[in-house]
Design a binder for this molecule. Structure first.
Ligand code: FE2
Length: 294
């Protein structure tokens, strides 16, 4: 797909044909995400094949059950969970405001905005996060909206603009995440790798990215700098392919680790409203969404 201009052109046209125009078009109502009907599962899978993401909407508003993301994922071949440093014991992370954790600089546990990224961009290659389930138990009192962009669209738009951007972002030394050190020793060594890569096992495109400017070192040559700038502009722009959606209680995002960000949010403690999301990260890709499945 990448080297051959002709097959890329065919793929590109198919990708853009009938591409959903709104986040609403990604939404599938389901009775119970833990046990989908075949029709519900099929609809979600078709969306993931097209856009690498889908939103399921259930009536389980407020139900704090970690089996919801787990069982939902299992129905799409997602079984190998990534346990990160701060995940709860069962490797499904509760995302909510935790003052102690956010004080250490782990923004996902605060209510501040999150810049564009893919999950696990700091993981070593063997810890590559290929899919995520993000399940909303309770939304915030206000804010907490996600923007979402299919990495294949990001690739396509950058390649349309200048194929040199893709070359630069596929370089194995494009992006380095310095070692994460906390008091008492080193938790994670530095990770150097590409932004875009093709999974040799499946031929699927994978993307590692963060818009953070702290704790990241881009290759200092002009080609990389220009490519990163072009990507930043794409993400900051009003591309019709960037979906904006605020998950309601009982709703969730199933995706092949798409680019995402989050607006700041506010809880209303007096009214007992505090945002709770469960996040499950997987080494697996959603089954049936590979290029060879097209
Ligand atoms: Fe994330």
């Amino acid at each position: 797909m990448l080297e051959c201009a002709e097959s890329y052109a065919v793929w590109r046209e198919a990708k853009l044909h009938d591409y959903p125009a709104t986040a609403e078009a990604l939404r599938v109502e389901v009775r119970d995400p833990r046990a989908l009907s075949e029709a519900e599962r099929h609809k979600l899978l078709q969306l993931c094949r097209k856009t690498n993401m889908a939103i399921y909407a259930s009536q389980l508003d407020g139900l704090a059950d970690k089996q919801i993301p787990r069982r939902l994922g299992e129905q799409f071949g997602l079984t190998r969970l990534d346990s990160n440093l701060l995940a709860d014991e069962d490797a499904v992370t509760s995302l909510r405001v935790v003052p102690e954790k956010s004080g250490r600089g782990y923004i996902p546990y605060s209510n501040r905005r999150l810049l564009w990224h893919t999950d696990g961009y700091y993981n070593p290659p063997e810890g590559c996060v290929r899919a995520i389930v993000l399940h909303c138990v309770t939304p915030a009192a206000s804010g907490g909206e996600n923007a979402l962009l299919d990495p294949e669209i990001a690739y396509l738009r950058l390649r349309d603009e200048n194929p040199e951007y893709i070359r630069a972002l596929m370089a194995p030394d494009a992006m380095t995440i310095p070692a994460n050190t906390e008091e008492g020793g080193e938790n994670r060594p530095a990770q150097t790798g590409p932004v875009f890569s093709v999974d040799p096992a499946t031929g699927s495109l994978h993307m590692r990215y963060t818009a953070r400017t702290r704790s990241i070192e881009w290759k200092p040559d002009a080609a990389t700098q220009n490519a990163v700038k072009a990507l930043e502009q794409l993400l900051a722009g009003d591309s019709p392919h960037i979906f904006r959606y605020r998950l309601a209680g009982g709703e969730g995002l199933l995706c092949n680790n798409v680019l995402h960000n989050r607006t700041a949010f506010a809880d209303d403690v007096d009214k007992g409203i505090s945002r709770l999301l469960y996040r499950a990260r997987y080494y697996d890709r959603i089954r049936g969404t590979g290029v060879q499945d097209a």
